[in-house]
Write a protein that binds this ligand. Structure first.
Ligand code: ARG
Length: 456
């Protein structure tokens, strides 16, 4: 017990269990041990503890870490409030009263936020790496599909043809922004709150610059009250997870649609799909559905922490302990989803010949045809009407633009000459695009090369 002195009665068992965060914050054990060791060394440098004591504390902290990771020490949430109390109690068992010396000038309020910042720094780098791996997969597949034409949709209706590469590279852009969000979190988490104590710093001459360097922080937190009660970096981490999951979820939605009998664009590998216990023909895109489904939970974790913080007066309030449940669960869902998305994506087979026949049956080149008439000097409004008539003809006769003969075209309107007929051959439809950022294969190739050198 870290605070028993003024109390006459033992805490209620249910109250301890209700208030324990150990199940969650045990995840901070590595950071806690690192902080403990650095703190002991610092206390020795300022002559508060001896070298012998530092060695005994350091050795015992290493023992606790080994014991925990080899399942020899498993602190009970019914017994301890949090990871800090659990470690301290084990330290007492191992080295007796020397353990108590480590508490000088330190509060769990600055302790927990220091470990949390270290964890966010470390984990944001992990997220950036996972996103980079996913980008590489998308770019590699895109490179094989620069000329694979698929329908581009607006309002879920055929809009204009794009390449599969162009579609995939849109996600690579999103993943890049996701990485930038996590590098922001990494920077934001990079200042050290130790020395702030419970709220107002310490009268002990703590060498906080030594701690900062030892624990790998770039700077010190500037205000002790803000230092112990700021959880903006947690909310930013959760925001990164939420937007990242939203991106994955949008792609999952596409994969789910694309894998239906109606769409038939793709087949997802067996290892990322499941069957039905009743319907033998079924192959369900469960992983894509679950990433989409778990996105809701990640959004709720963001909502939970930003709401948790909104009514809290300065400075530390116990409510803040609830941040860890949301943070660690979001991390776990988002990092798993990134790994699963990469695995699943790499099993996907695209049905190129089906895509081609679908495109031949479509009237998706209507805008390009109208543009063609504009180049012949016809006002766009008029061109729009002429091509509209052509679409009407195609719908009535169940034909795609690519299936029309030059004679048919001429009959519908004499301005629909050979050049329009040529335009309806799909092969060159993308290379006619003039604007940067469009699916013109030569622009897309440049993009792929840019990504390949950026993602080494
Ligand atoms: N477990 C708490 C948290 O995660 C830290 C402990 C601070 N508690 C206290 N009574 N000062 O926020």
């Amino acid at each position: 017990m870290l605070w028993g002195g003024r109390f006459e009665e033992k805490p209620d068992k249910i109250a301890i269990e209700f208030s324990s965060s150990l199940k969650e914050d045990i995840l901070l054990i590595k950071e806690e041990i690192l902080c403990g060791k650095a703190y002991a060394e610092m206390l020795c440098r300022i002559n508060i503890i001896s070298l012998v004591e530092v060695n005994s504390i350091t050795e015992a902290l290493s023992t606790i870490e080994t014991e925990y990771f080899s399942d020899q020490w498993n602190p009970d949430p019914k017994e301890f409030e949090d990871v800090h109390s659990a470690i301290e109690s084990r330290l007492y068992e191992l080295i007796g009263s020397t353990a108590g010396k480590l508490r000088a000038g330190r509060s769990r309020n600055d302790q927990v936020v220091t470990s949390l910042r270290m964890w966010c720094k470390k984990t944001s780098v992990e997220m950036i790496n996972l996103l980079g791996n996913l980008q590489r997969s998308f770019v590699n597949t895109a490179e094989k599909h620069i000329e694979t034409i698929i329908p581009g949709y607006t309002h879920m209706q055929h809009a204009q043809p794009v390449s599969l590469a162009h579609h995939l590279l849109a996600y690579v852009e999103m993943f890049e922004r996701d990485k930038e969000r996590f590098s922001g979190v990494n920077k934001e988490s990079d200042c050290m709150p130790l020395g702030s104590g419970a709220i107002a710093g310490s009268t002990l001459p703590l060498d906080v610059n030594f701690l900062k360097d030892k624990l790998g922080f770039s700077s010190l937190c500037e205000n002790s009250m803000d230092a112990i009660s700021d959880r903006d970096f947690v909310i930013d981490f959760l925001n990164g997870c939420s937007i990242g999951m939203m991106h994955l979820s949008r792609f999952c939605e596409e994969l789910i649609l694309w894998s239906t009998v109606e769409w038939k664009f793709i087949r997802i590998g067996d290892s990322f799909t499941t069957g039905s216990s009743l319907m033998p023909q079924k192959k369900n895109p469960d992983i894509a559905e679950l990433i989409r489904g778990k996105t809701a939970r990640v959004f709720s974790y963001y909502q939970s922490v930003i709401t948790l913080m909104k009514g809290l007066p300065l400075s530390y309030n116990r409510d803040m302990q609830e941040d860890k449940h949301s943070l660690f669960n979001s991390y776990s869902i988002y990092s798993d989803s990134l790994k699963l998305m990469k695995g699943m994506f790499e099993t996907i087979q695209f049905d190129n010949s089906h895509l081609l026949s679908l495109m031949k049956k479509s009237t998706i080149l209507a805008t390009d045809a109208a543009d063609r008439l504009v180049l012949k000097g016809i006002p766009f409004r008029e061109a729009h009407d002429i091509i509209g008539e052509l679409v009407k003809y195609c719908v009535k006769n169940e034909k795609g633009f690519a299936e029309l003969t030059p004679e048919e075209l001429k009959q519908i309107n004499p301005v629909l000459d050979k050049s329009v007929y040529e335009l309806f051959k799909l092969d060159n439809s993308l290379s006619r695009k003039k604007t940067p950022g469009s699916p013109n294969p030569s622009f897309v190739k440049d993009q792929i090369n840019k990504w390949k050198s950026a993602l080494i």
